[in-house]
Design a protein around this ligand. Structure first.
Ligand code: PRX
Length: 660
């Protein structure tokens, strides 16, 4: 357990100044950060009105906060602003010729630097193309793109004209894409011929065409970036080429559409306990203010410097900290198409050196991958520009944190948050106070978040050292989700209905706090799993497996993995057991089932194994005992089995795991 490790760790200081000692290291107190946090809750309006000055407003807001319909909240009511203006136009006067977007692809071996002025031009062209294709304020634009600059142009162009973007991770396949198309009902889809991963071209257009066949909704138009990586067939009148439209609108100037702060900027789908992903919906003004404040207080990034996040625009980290956050702060942001290992395991540090990166953001899995390589790779480059490495998305284990912070010689700051919140819930705010990080802990509650640890059954607060559900009392701060897209009921019933006796937002994570006020995350309370920082719903994977004609029912659980944090593992009951009679049959069917998941959801969701059993362990009321299966997979005790229908089912799980 992370917390136990942290407590067991001796006193002392690592090379990077990472603390293993008291709350703030020797001779420091956290009074400043605590006072900042306290004020953000006691005087919310005053606090956020001050933060709001970090962005441009076309028209000032009339009210900072409308919390008359909790848990729904409206921030900066009546204010008019625009994300694209704040990310791009605002910097033209002072920084027009400074780098804004640095696109690097080690996949196709290319690099291109766009100044703020060039970025502005490209975004205007894209905005004009979108308008020609019929996109207007409030329309949805689905973006299914690899990590190329045009993906960022598309996001910013939507923001510019008041369209709502919905970026779908390029690693998702047709089925996942289709369900998102149906939910978002986009007027336009922006895509590309292909992406590339590990030197392998991944054609996107056939996946998109297949998704459009599966989907009930059909977009008015598809805008395609042709990188010349894979052949593409075009559908007449529906499919348009970006290169043609770009040329046509080369000199276009598209005025910014000023939006009321609470209009919708984007939706981003995320997994939960059902098979149907939720469209996390975000506003305009609150998000811009939250990001600007986090760039100042948490990430400490300054205009003119370079920010490098190795995430993907398909995830929330990409939205907040590849695109909007760094650009709002006037920084150059690196958009990287590639992996941490190609062409060699020093590539990330090579980029830090070449672009004088000051702030970097990555995921623990990427660091664990690097940790398996020769440590000399960390030392071959001049990375003296780097002030801080931020890691998020999954638990950061202590050995990994220690290895990277010692290797880099700069602080490594873990930060804990969710697609729903848009920016860190727990971390450190070095812009306010230089609290040394503590291994194993993502820090402490950030300003604006009234975070509590609540007992899952009583809803009461638990004390230091006790495990509880990490919950946030409303109002959620600016930047957090407004609701589930077109489904207020689901917003209420999913997030605000699970803690007994009080209205609190549940993160569905277990946590605890030590006596010094450092928090620890101890895993999910629900069936969401985290594979290499990718959040996946086991339910979605189960539905995909069940769509195979041989499968009667199945259970998917997350199993601890030293590299990826967790991996998915499946147990399937077949309609006809004869299909898995021999070892050869089992292997063939396992391969087919994995291919089904690849095809429908994408390789990212593929279970590492599919085992065949004749029944699943269930309670007498028919609920699959996922936690017991998971425990067995991880070599732990199966836990409380008083409600089990047939203990033989667990023996079968034990047997197949043992290779029997
Ligand atoms: O379980 C927590 C885990 O990832 C979930 C959120 O994933 P996602 O919506 O993809 O957003 C990622 C934004 C960084 C959380 O509910 N998680 C995220 N960060 C951490 C974490 N678990 C432990 N430590 C973290 N720093």
């Amino acid at each position: 357990m992370a917390a136990a490790n942290a407590q067991a760790a001796g006193q002392g200081q690592s090379a990077s100044g990472q603390s293993e000692a008291g709350p703030s290291g020797p001779g420091q107190s956290r009074a400043t950060l605590e006072a900042f946090h306290r004020r953000s809750l006691e005087d919310r309006e005053g606090f956020w009105a001050e933060q709001a000055a970090l962005i441009d407003w076309h028209q000032p807001f009339e009210r900072v906060l409308d919390d008359s319909r909790l848990p729904f909240v409206r921030w900066f009511v009546g204010g008019q602003t625009n994300l694209c203006h704040n990310a791009v136009d605002r910097h033209l006067a002072a920084q027009g010729d400074s780098p804004a977007l640095i696109w690097v692809s080690t996949e196709v071996d290319a690099e291109r630097i766009y100044s703020y002025r060039e970025l502005h031009r490209e975004v205007n062209r894209m905005a004009a193309a979108m308008q020609e294709l019929g996109v207007g304020r409030g329309d949805r634009v689905l973006i299914y793109m690899p990590m190329i600059a045009e993906a960022v142009f598309a996001m910013l162009a939507c923001a510019r004209i008041g369209a709502i973007h919905s970026v779908v991770f390029g690693g998702f396949a047709a089925h996942s894409l289709a369900s998102r198309i149906d939910d978002a009902e986009p007027k336009l889809i922006v895509s590309a011929d292909a992406g590339s991963r590990n030197g392998k071209v991944i054609a996107y257009k056939p996946l998109l065409d297949e998704a459009l066949e599966l989907a009930g909704a059909s977009p008015h138009a598809v805008l395609l970036v042709d990188r010349g990586l894979a052949p593409m067939t075009r559908v007449d009148r529906r499919d348009h080429d970006w290169s043609v439209l770009r040329q046509k609108h080369f000199d276009a100037e598209v005025p910014v559409v000023w939006l009321e702060s609470n209009e919708v900027s984007y939706t981003l789908y995320t997994s939960g306990t059902t098979g149907r992903p939720k469209g996390v919906q975000r506003d305009v003004g609150g998000y811009a203010v939250a990001l600007a404040a986090s760039m100042k207080h948490i990430f400490c990034g300054n205009a003119g410097e370079t920010y490098f996040s190795s995430s993907d625009i398909g995830w929330v980290v990409g939205h907040s900290y590849i695109v909007y956050g760094p650009l709002i702060a006037g920084m150059a942001t690196i958009v990287y198409e590639g992996t941490p290992l190609r062409p060699d395991p020093g590539i990330l540090w090579q980029l830090v050196e070449r672009h004088r990166v000051t702030v970097m953001f990555s995921a623990p899995t990427a660091i664990r991958v690097l940790k398996k390589q020769d440590p000399a790779w960390l030392k071959r480059r001049d990375i003296s520009s780097l002030r801080t490495l931020f890691l998020a998305g999954e638990p950061l284990d202590e050995p990994t944190a220690r290895w990277i912070s010692d290797g880099l010689g700069c602080p490594v700051i873990d930060n804990y948050w969710q697609t729903e919140t848009g920016w860190p819930i727990l971390t450190l705010a070095h812009g306010i106070e230089k609290t040394p990080p503590r291994f194993g802990s993502p820090g402490m509650p950030m300003y604006g978040y009234d975070v509590r640890l609540l007992h899952e059954q009583t809803g009461e607060e638990v004390g230091p050292g006790e495990k509880g559900v990490v919950a946030i009392l409303p109002p959620l701060p600016p930047g957090c989700m407004q609701t589930v897209w077109r489904d207020d009921e689901r917003f209420l019933n999913t997030y605000f209905a699970s803690i007994p006796g009080r209205q609190a937002y549940s993160t569905f994570d277990w946590g605890m706090r030590d006596a010094d006020g450092f928090w620890f995350i101890l895993g999910r309370t629900d069936d969401v799993i985290n594979v290499a920082g990718h959040r996946l719903g086991t339910r979605e994977i189960e539905e995909s497996l069940s769509s195979h004609s041989a499968v009667a029912e199945c259970a998917v659980v997350g199993m601890a993995d030293a590299l990826k944090g967790q991996v998915a593992i499946a147990f399937a009951v077949l309609k006809d057991p004869a299909r898995a009679a021999s070892q050869a049959d089992r292997l063939a069917l396992e391969g087919e089932l994995m291919a089904t998941v690849d095809r429908q959801l994408g390789a990212v969701a593929r279970p590492v194994r599919v085992h065949f059993v004749s029944m699943l362990p269930k309670t007498r009321s028919g609920k699959v005992l996922r936690r017991s299966i998971q425990a067995l997979c991880e070599g732990r005790d199966a836990g409380d089995l008083t409600t089990i229908e047939d203990a033989g089912a667990l023996d079968q799980v034990r047997n197949v795991l043992a290779g029997g």
